[in-house]
Design a binder for this molecule. Structure first.
Ligand SMILES: [Zn+2]
Length: 329
C-alpha cells in the first residue's frame, strides 16, 4: 500500500505548482489526514505528467490506459487515493501484467481488450492495491514468503473498508461494485520465483530482483535489453513507506544500494503510483537518501508518530525507533 502525497509527484518533468509548495509541512498534513475528505487530494488531478502519453480507450471507466511505448501500457486508477499504476508488458508469446490494481474495476476484461496473448501476473508486492485483481488470473508468479502467503489467502471487507470510503475515492464505482463487500479476494500462486529468475514472454525477458524493505516480498523487474526497471513501491516520487510493521528500514536501505549499482544499466524507471516514468538517476538519490537516514543530524518531521525525511521529489517514512532497531541488530 502506498498512501501518496501528491505535491512532490509533479517533479518528473514539470516544475512544482507554487500554490502547493512541496515540503515537510505539506507532507505532514497529508500523512496525518490519511486521505480524509478535507484533503481534497483529487483537486490536484489530473497529474500533468500523464499528458506526455497517448491515452487509449478503456473497457471500464474506472481505469485509464496509457501507451508508454509499443509494448508497454500503464493501467492507472486515478479514482482512489493510492493512484495505483499496473503495467501490461506485451511480448511475442505472452503478456506480463505487473500488478493487478485495487480490484475495483474489471482488470481481466481490461487487459484482454489490449492483448489476446496468454497472461502471466507478477506482483511488485502483495499490499491490497497491487493484488486486487489477482483472483481473476490463473498464472500468478510470486515469492515464497510468509507475507506473500498470508495476503494470497485474502483480506476481509472489514480490513479494507477505509480504502473505499468517500475520502479515499472520488470517482463513481463501476456498475455492480459493492463497497460494503470490497475485499482482497484469495488467489493461488502458480509459480514461485526468487531473485535472478527470468520470465520470458517472447522477445523480452524480465528478471526478478528481490528488493525487500517496503514489504518482505517487494520485488522489481528489470528488462536489461530495454534498460527498464519496474520499481513497484520500492521507488516512486512521493513518500516511500518503510514504517509499516511488515517494513524493514535496513533491508530497504540495502535494496536501495543494490538498485543504485544498476544505474548504468537502466535508463527508465516505471513506478507503481502517481506518475509512471522517471529517470534512473533517482536510484542514486534513493541510495543516498537511505544512507543519510543514519546521520544523526539529518532533519525529519514526525508524522503520526513516524519520522518522515524529506528529499525533495520523494520522502522516506520510517518508524520513530528505527535507529534502535539498527543498534540491536
Ligand atoms: Zn505497498
Amino acid at each position: 500500500m502506498a498512501l501518496l502525497q501528491l505535491t512532490t509527484a509533479g517533479c518528473v518533468s514539470t516544475p512544482p505548482d507554487n500554490s502547493n509548495p512541496p515540503g515537510a509541512d505539506r507532507n505532514n498534513e497529508i500523512v496525518e489526514n490519511r486521505g480524509a475528505d478535507k484533503d481534497n487530494w483529487w483537486d490536484e488531478l489530473p497529474l500533468p505528467e500523464w499528458a506526455a502519453f497517448e491515452q487509449l480507450p478503456a473497457s471500464d471507466d474506472w481505469f485509464e490506459v496509457y501507451r508508454i511505448n509499443d509494448a508497454i501500457y500503464a493501467i492507472y486508477e486515478p479514482g482512489q487515493f493510492e493512484l495505483a499504476i499496473s503495467y501490461l508488458v506485451v511480448g511475442t508469446e505472452k503478456a506480463l501484467l505487473f500488478d493487478t490494481g485495487l480490484g475495483i474495476g474489471d482488470m481481466r476484461k481490461l487487459v484482454e481488450s489490449l492483448t489476446d496473448l496468454e497472461l502471466v501476473v507478477v506482483n511488485s508486492h502483495t499490499h491490497y492495491d497491487h493484488v486486487g485483481g489477482n483472483h481473476q488470473f490463473e498464472s500468478i508468479v510470486g515469492l515464497d514468503t510468509a507475507f506473500t502467503s498470508m495476503n494470497a489467502a485474502g483480506r476481509p471487507p472489514a480490513e479494507l473498508a477505509e480504502f473505499v470510503s468517500p475520502g479515499w475515492v472520488w470517482k463513481p464505482f463501476p456498475a455492480g461494485f459493492d463497497r460494503e463487500e470490497y475485499s482482497s479476494r484469495p488467489y493461488k500462486i502458480s509459480r514461485i520465483v526468487r531473485d535472478g529468475d527470468q520470465i520470458d514472454i517472447g522477445g523480452r525477458v524480465l528478471e526478478v530482483l528481490q528488493t525487500p524493505g517496503h514489504t518482505p516480498d517487494a520485488l522489481c523487474l528489470i528488462d536489461r535489453e530495454n534498460r527498464l526497471l519496474f520499481t513497484g513501491d520500492t521507488f516512486y516520487l512521493a513518500p516511500l513507506y518503510a514504517h509499516f510493521a511488515e517494513s524493514d528500514v535496513q533491508q530497504f536501505a540495502h535494496s536501495a544500494r543494490r538498485l543504485a549499482s544498476l544505474v548504468s544499466e537502466v535508463d527508465t524507471l516505471l513506478m507503481a503510483h502517481n506518475v509512471p516514468v522517471a529517470s534512473s538517476a533517482y536510484l542514486l538519490e534513493l541510495n543516498a537518501a537511505f544512507a543519510s537516514l543514519y546521520n544523526d543530524d539529518e532533519d525529519f518531521i514526525l508524522t503520526d508518530g513516524n519520522r518522515e525525511y524529506d528529499f525533495g521529489d520523494f520522502s522516506i517514512i520510517v518508524p520513530n525507533n528505527f535507529r534502535k532497531q539498527k543498534t540491536v541488530e
